[in-house]
Design a protein around this ligand. Structure first.
Ligand code: PMP
Length: 461
């Protein structure tokens, strides 16, 4: 076989891809027919594909490339770390400097007494760790019957058997016999789709109180923890009404159950605070992190754990861990990423510049006839597509068709926006400039216009 490089023609790369590469969350046969888009390089917030298009990546990869692509400092750190210590594990009473330094830095950045880090290779793995952690915590506290973990329908916590069960995505549950036992779900705080005639604040309270009802139904003595994303990401950037999280916090406090904030997307600046928990005013016992921890330069995730839980767990051997827990290359890259975020004051840039600038333009998208609501928290945003704003109506064609079509028009206009059903979502790199925000918005308008015309022409309206 000839060497496979960027220089091969796109069709040849696509054929090889279709023959050998199974893609996540993709219908393989459909993709093979169409041919995958081949990304060849990236710099800042722009991707380049094999046809030479320059694409504005308003999703930061998969919500992860917070500092932008292709940073020279990261390349230097990677090379130096490979030369110094390319791998060693953290099992069997061993450690290494990148893991020590990164854990200490994460403890410094995390709020409250979240002072202890258990490393994983991804968000899914970290949430699997959390299932083990909270059950072991209660077992060691003499309450082994506290095994149930509560979460939300349409939440996303990963794709392994454990984390996929914590998530509330029915298509994931349907393939592979999930959820695993002792995981139960309550409704999500998505006012646009499910709030009916209620005010957002009343609806938020009602959805939070579903947690209390569920705890009573299952029996408070059986519930170990509640897990939620401060702002749901993969579910469609669902920013909860302000009434929601304070009530969840009250209920967790009243029933003494552990609160896990899944900060895989919201961590490391996405909301304009270092962590989404700070933006939402909650005090979790455990935070799940990944993605923005390394800005996607290396696969790494982890659980940041409070003193009380860590102390209890430390009393016995925790029979859990991954070959790549605290991988030195990933840890060194994460540490450099955190240095860049801090020294370039990227979180302040989100809070004081990028969010306020984007907020005005994002809200103006509701002037478009197809856009119902526009929501933004820091630099994660969503718009709801609708044929009739006054009724928050769904499209006659069925959910997701117009969203898909809009995403395709975005691609054609060199803009990566994702669709979740008929919501369009963005989470651009945190270093995005105001000029780049203007370009994002201009491409979004063009794409919305084209999508609306196409939806009408195809009878999807
Ligand atoms: N939790 C949340 C909130 C996520 O958004 C994701 C990934 N989108 C995960 C967990 C899973 O992370 P990973 O894909 O790294 O396993």
């Amino acid at each position: 076989m000839s060497r496979i490089t960027n220089h091969l023609p796109t069709a040849e790369l696509q054929a090889l891809d279709a023959a050998h590469h199974m893609h996540p969350f993709t219908a393989g046969a459909q993709l093979a027919e169409k041919g995958a888009r081949v990304i060849t390089r990236a710099k800042g917030i722009f991707l380049t594909d094999s046809e030479g298009h320059e694409i504005l990546d308003a999703m930061a990869g998969l919500w992860c490339v917070n500092i932008g692509y292709g940073r020279e400092e990261m390349a230097e750190v990677a090379a130096a770390q490979v030369r110094e210590l390319s791998y060693y594990n953290t099992f069997f009473q061993t450690t290494h400097v990148p893991a020590i330094a990164l854990a200490a830095k994460m403890a410094e950045l995390a709020p409250g007494d979240l002072n202890h880090v258990f490393f994983a290779g991804s968000g899914s793995e970290a949430n699997d760790t959390n299932i083990r952690l909270v059950r072991q915590y209660w077992a060691r506290k003499g309450q082994p019957e506290r095994r149930v973990i509560l979460s939300r329908w349409n939440g996303y916590h990963g794709s392994s058997m454990g984390s996929g069960s914590l998530g509330g995505m029915k298509p994931i549950h349907a393939q592979g016999g999930m959820p695993i036992p002792d995981i139960h779900h309550i409704g999500q705080p998505d006012w646009w789709s499910e709030g009916g005639e209620m005010s957002p604040e009343d609806f938020g309270l009602m959805r939070a109180r579903a947690l209390e009802a569920k705890i009573k139904e299952i029996g408070p003595g059986r519930v170990a923890a509640f897990i939620g994303e401060p702002v749901q990401g993969a579910g469609g950037v669902i920013i909860p009404p302000a009434s929601y999280w304070p009530e969840i916090q009250r209920i967790c406090d009243d029933y003494g159950i552990l609160l896990i904030a899944d900060e895989v997307i919201t961590g490391f600046g996405r909301t304009g605070q270092w962590f989404g928990s700070e933006a939402m005013g909650i005090r979790p016992h455990i935070m799940t992190v990944a993605k923005g921890l390394s800005s996607g330069y290396a696969p790494i995730g982890g659980s940041i754990i409070c003193d009380e839980v860590a102390d209890v767990i430390a009393g016995d051997e925790f029979n859990h861990g991954y070959t790549y827990s605290g991988h030195p290359l990933a840890a060194a890259l994460a540490l450099e990423n955190l240095r860049i975020l801090e020294e370039e004051r990227v979180v302040e840039h989100v809070r004081n510049t990028a969010n306020p600038y984007l907020a005005v333009k994002w809200a103006q998208l509701t002037d478009h006839p197809m856009v119902g609501e526009a929501k933004l928290c820091g630099l994660m945003g969503s718009i709801a597509l609708t044929p009739d704003k006054s009724r928050r109506a769904a499209f006659a064609a069925g959910e997701g068709k117009v969203g898909y079509l809009t995403r395709e028009r975005c691609f054609a206009n060199n803009l990566v926006m994702r669709h979740v059903g008929d919501r369009m979502i963005i989470a651009p790199p945190l270093v995005i400039t105001t000029d780049e925000i203007d370009l994002l918005i201009a491409r979004a308008w063009t794409s919305l216009d084209e999508a609306m015309a196409k939806a009408k022409a195809e009878g999807l309206w």
